[in-house]
Design a protein around this ligand. Structure first.
Ligand code: IDP
Ligand code: MG
Length: 162
């Protein structure tokens, strides 16, 4: 994977799930990330298949809901994104909220936009280590872009950028 904009920045991986595409929420979700100050370093539409989902959700293969999760994640194409920022993995996970939208706090993406445990708007990487694995799973090297947005010096203080 290419180096990030600054050494101190992280990249995280997002999937806008099929139900988000179906419900027309793509713009609202991306808008939240952009307003927060996260930078889009990769974005594309793709159709997921069973092979990639078995890797991505390997920790859930034995769960009874796994067949439904597979069907749900393949129902339409998804939008996958790579977002860059300081502490991006933790920031995006806290913006995402609890897995079940009905339990997710108001103000989070899931808390504000969903009602379901399964159809819960987005996937977001849960650790820096998994973010690297997931970005490499879903993006080719040349699909991740490194650039310095003009807004960066207004988004961060100098000591936060190196
Ligand atoms: P996360 O997306 O909050 O990280 P995980 O436990 O990694 O949650 O589960 C991955 C996805 O599997 C969830 O986002 C959700 O779509 C689905 N899922 C998790 N637990 C359940 C469940 O109990 N019933 C139905 N779907 C579930
Ligand atoms: Mg997870």
């Amino acid at each position: 994977m290419k180096s990030t904009i600054f050494q101190s920045m992280e990249q995280t991986f997002i999937i806008l799930k099929p139900s988000t595409i179906q419900r027309g929420l793509v713009g609202q979700v991306i808008d939240r990330f952009q307003k927060k100050g996260l930078i889009i370093t990769g974005i594309k539409m793709m159709q997921l298949d069973e092979k990639i989902l078995r890797e991505h959700y390997a920790h859930l293969i034995e769960r009874p809901f796994f067949p439904d999760l597979l069907r749900s994640m393949m129902a339409t194409p998804v939008i996958v994104m790579c977002l860059c920022g300081k502490d991006a993995v933790e920031v995006v996970r806290s913006m995402t909220g609890a897995t079940n939208c009905r339990k997710a706090a108001p103000g989070t993406i899931r808390g504000d936009l969903g009602m379901s445990g399964q159809e819960n708007i987005i996937h977001a990487s849960d650790s820096v280590e998994n973010a690297v694995i997931e970005i490499n799973r879903f993006f080719r090297h040349e699909e991740i872009f490194t650039y310095r947005p003009l807004t960066f010096t207004a988004t961060y203080s100098p000591d936060e950028i190196d």
